[in-house]
Design a protein around this ligand. Structure first.
Ligand code: FAD
Ligand code: PHB
Length: 394
């Protein structure tokens, strides 16, 4: 088998890359180790930046988004039992965010890809990458007990944090930057209408909490818990009781409760690998970096990476120039580090760190007071939250 770009992983990064390459007349094949159903049902991110939404529309996969995406013009920061609205649109000259589940993004991209005759191999086993140091990059994988070898010009490692592409590179070629947070998020999906029209980020003495949604009938909620928290310690009644305490306001706010459809605990980390390329292997999305979810940036950052990669590959195939490909990592990392900064800042402003002393707690409240009372400070939050403009490295 032969193609121009071999893509490992059918997450947002891999599927969007394949789509962008197809639009530029470049062939690719996607190799994914999970089933199509698993990938399309996995509950993850929900907030799309303005730029991600614009891109999906531009490339013709915006129909579901148009029909079911929930456009938000603001969000709420809640602390000391009071809510403060951040007017995202008013502070950014009209930008918005859209709530649309990551699984829906995946489904729309997969449908479009397969309809256009694109190749995605699901349930591939023993996926491995070779030859990216020299001139013969290949992706090997087993399908129905048959070994396949996909020869290509380039390999895109879009296989997430636990994938095989990053560990296939000799460790000395990379520098890794890492921070693990002393907490995780317990996330639930509940069969009940959202309790507010907008997202609510809560800083509470008992820990962070977040109100989000997936549709006018489905609510998504999160609680800060210990990083190794056993989900079995959290029967549904305990989850609702804890959520009600953290969301409480002076005005007597109550969350609407309903059956819990799904619950899970996720650890939190910040991680970056530099550079994001090695020979003809290019890492994109979670394979190259992880952000804590407090800034709602993981998926959007993955999309930004592959936009740069697709443009660099298009430049190569149309002119033979490797100029932009050589700068891929440098161009992406400028955005990656700004998004890391923002995600770390949102996380540290809103979570309770056990080793913080009373001074730290008061400083944290002063930070929230400043962000919600100063136009300049809230504008900075809004600018980052709706998404920084693309940087093409010109
Ligand atoms: P992924 O979505 O991880 O896709 C990688 C793909 O590669 C997967 O389909 C995987 O099955 C496949 N793969 C892995 N190994 C192999 C292999 N060996 N061979 C072939 N294929 C392979 N972000 C937010 O903004 N908000 C959130 O609420 C949020 N919640 C999250 C919850 C969880 C549990 C996780 C893990 C992430 C969450 N994120 C969230 C982050 C966001 O979902 C990711 O940043 C985003 O999915 C990155 O996309 P990606 O395509 O780079 O990687
Ligand atoms: C979500 O809806 O899942 C969500 C929203 C905002 C975040 C993280 C997750 O910061």
């Amino acid at each position: 088998m032969r193609t121009q770009v071999g893509i490992v992983g059918a997450g947002p990064a891999g599927l969007m890359l394949s789509h962008l390459l197809h639009s530029a007349g470049i062939e690719s094949v996607v190799v994914e180790n999970r089933s199509r159903r698993y990938v399309e049902e996995r509950v993850r991110a929900g907030v799309l930046e303005q730029g991600t939404v614009d891109l999906m529309r531009e490339i013709g996969v915006g129909e579901g988004l148009q029909r079911e995406g929930l456009i938000h013009h603001g969000l709420e920061l809640r602390f000391s039992r009071r809510g403060h609205r951040i007017d995202l649109s008013g502070l950014t000259g009209g930008s918005t965010i859209t709530i649309y589940g990551q699984n829906r993004v995946i489904k729309d991209l997969t449908d479009a890809q397969l309809a256009a005759g694109g190749q995605i191999f699901f349930e591939a086993e023993d996926v491995s990458v070779h030859g990216f140091d020299g001139t013969k990059p290949t992706v090997r994988f087993r399908l129905d007990n048959t070994l396949n070898e996909l020869e290509c010009d380039f390999i895109a490692g879009c296989d997430g944090y636990h994938g095989i592409c990053r560990p296939s590179v000799p460790p000395a070629a990379f520098t890794e930057y890492d921070r693990v947070y002393p907490f995780g998020w317990l996330g639930i999906l509940a069969d009940v209408a959202p309790s507010s029209e907008e997202l609510i980020y809560v800083r509470h003495e008992r820990g962070f909490a977040l109100h989000s949604m997936r549709s006018p009938r489905i609510t998504r909620l999160y609680l800060q818990v210990a990083p190794d928290e056993d989900i079995n310690n959290w029967p549904d009644e305990k989850i609702w009781a804890e959520l009600q305490r953290r969301f409480e306001t002076e005005g007597g706010f109550r969350l609407k409760e309903g059956p819990i459809l799904q619950k899970a605990v996720t650890g939190m980390r910040s991680f970056v690998v530099e550079p994001m390329q090695h020979g003809t292997l290019f890492l994109a999305g979670d394979a190259a970096h992880i952000v804590p979810p407090t800034g709602a940036k993981g998926l959007n950052l993955a999309i930004a990476d592959v936009r740069v990669l697709a443009r660099a590959l298009a430049e190569f195939y149309s002119s033979g120039s490797r100029r932009m490909l050589e700068r891929y990592s440098e161009i992406c990392l400028r955005r990656v580090w700004k998004v890391q900064r923002f995600s770390w800042w949102m996380t540290s402003m809103l979570h309770i760190f056990d080793d913080d002393n009373p001074f730290d707690r008061r400083r944290q409240l002063a930070e929230l007071d400043y962000v919600t009372s100063s136009r300049v400070a809230s504008q900075s939050l809004a600018e980052n939250y709706v998404g920084l403009p693309m940087d093409w490295g010109a």
